[in-house]
Design a protein around this ligand. Structure first.
Ligand code: XMP
Length: 320
């Protein structure tokens, strides 16, 4: 059982010092590696690891081809300015090849897990000689995985999987007792600017969690373009999270006076504190209409835009 530390009871300075000590103690004078995605969790872990280990922590950004527009460059730049060297590793081919032909949500998550931990990380860790992987698993990830709701890509020990045996390295998880609101507090205390620790959550499987059906380069490009519009139009709502989902079903539409059997984008926008329960934001019809017209204009092939009005549960925040 993992003991939860709520955001209210969290003493950030003490927490940071304790975690730095724990990381130092575990890694000793060896090397550790971590994957930075730019989200709040992995950014916070990067900074804790950097403070604990300095340049004995190798931070990589895995370019899996599933990230949002411009994300790899922006994240690497941001951390370079904070003195953390980030190596961008191009693994696009590996991810697209494991995702080929898969439509089942859990199989998709499993394929990403394998590509990430076994193929890509297995290789990077071996090459570097590191024995530890530092990662930003939080308590909500563990809860949902153990409950069998969604297999979060980063949960192993609670499922009886020994990472040392399975992948050849140990995993250190400094944020495992926290939920999102606690991690944000730690991020703030570490000196991150608001635009980072207040970033909306983004899932580990990235845009592939937002493509229903097969994940291909073309379909990721479609959901990526829709994501640009959704994030631009909803960033001032103060909502917990907002996203675009590409559906698999096609619907009849019309374009330039001709029938167009086109694709559908679903928009979701959530009010939530810690992602365990969530309700759709009551967006004005004006914003909804703007979302529809801009998505249709800027994303090729889309003829239908819908807004999700079902709460979690029974919905979940992501669609896959
Ligand atoms: P769901 O879709 O389960 O999402 O309601 C709850 C929160 O977790 C994020 N999420 C993930 N985060 N790995 C992650 O690191 C994952 O596999 C994953 N799946 C969902 C989601 O964006 C939401 O904030």
């Amino acid at each position: 059982m993992i003991k939860e530390v709520t955001a209210q009871e969290l003493n950030t300075d003490r927490f940071i010092n304790e975690k730095i000590k724990e990381i130092k103690g575990a890694v000793g004078d060896g090397m550790a590696i971590n994957a930075l995605s730019g989200g709040v969790d992995s950014s916070t872990v990067t900074m804790l690891g950097h403070r604990a280990l300095g340049n004995r922590l190798k931070t990589v950004f895995i370019e899996n081809g599933l990230m949002r527009e411009g994300e790899p460059e922006q994240v690497a730049d941001f951390f370079r300015k904070l003195g953390v060297t980030v190596e961008v590793v191009d693994a696009r081919k590996e991810f697209y090849s494991v995702l080929k032909g898969i439509t089942d949500p859990e199989e998709k998550r499993e394929a990403i897990t394998q590509a990430f931990y076994q193929n890509v990380f297995g290789r990077i860790v071996k090459e570097s000689g590191a024995k530890y992987l530092l990662q930003g698993t939080i308590l909500t990830d563990v809860d949902e995985t153990v409950a069998g709701i969604k297999r979060q890509h980063n949960v192993f020990e609670q499922l009886g999987i020994d990472p040392q045996e399975a992948f050849g390295y140990r995993i250190i998880e400094p944020l495992i007792q926290l939920r999102k609101d606690g991690v944000r507090k730690v991020g703030k205390a570490l000196g991150f600017p608001a635009e980072l620790f207040e970033r909306i959550p983004f899932p580990g499987p990235a845009l592939s969690a937002r493509v229903i059906g097969e994940v291909t380069r073309e379909r990721i490009e479609t959901v990526r373009k829709a994501t640009v519009v959704v994030e631009r139009l909803l960033k001032d709502t103060g909502a917990f999270q907002y996203l675009a989902i590409l559906h698999e079903d096609r619907v009849t539409g019309m374009r330039d006076g001709k029938r167009d059997f086109g694709q559908q984008i679903e928009v979701r926008c959530w009010e939530s504190v810690d992602a365990r329960i969530a309700t759709p934001t009551r967006l004005s019809f004006e914003i909804l209409e703007k979302l529809a017209s801009e998505i249709i204009r800027e994303v090729p092939g889309i003829v239908s835009v819908t807004y999700n009005i079902a709460p979690k549960p029974p919905s979940t925040i992501e669609a896959v």
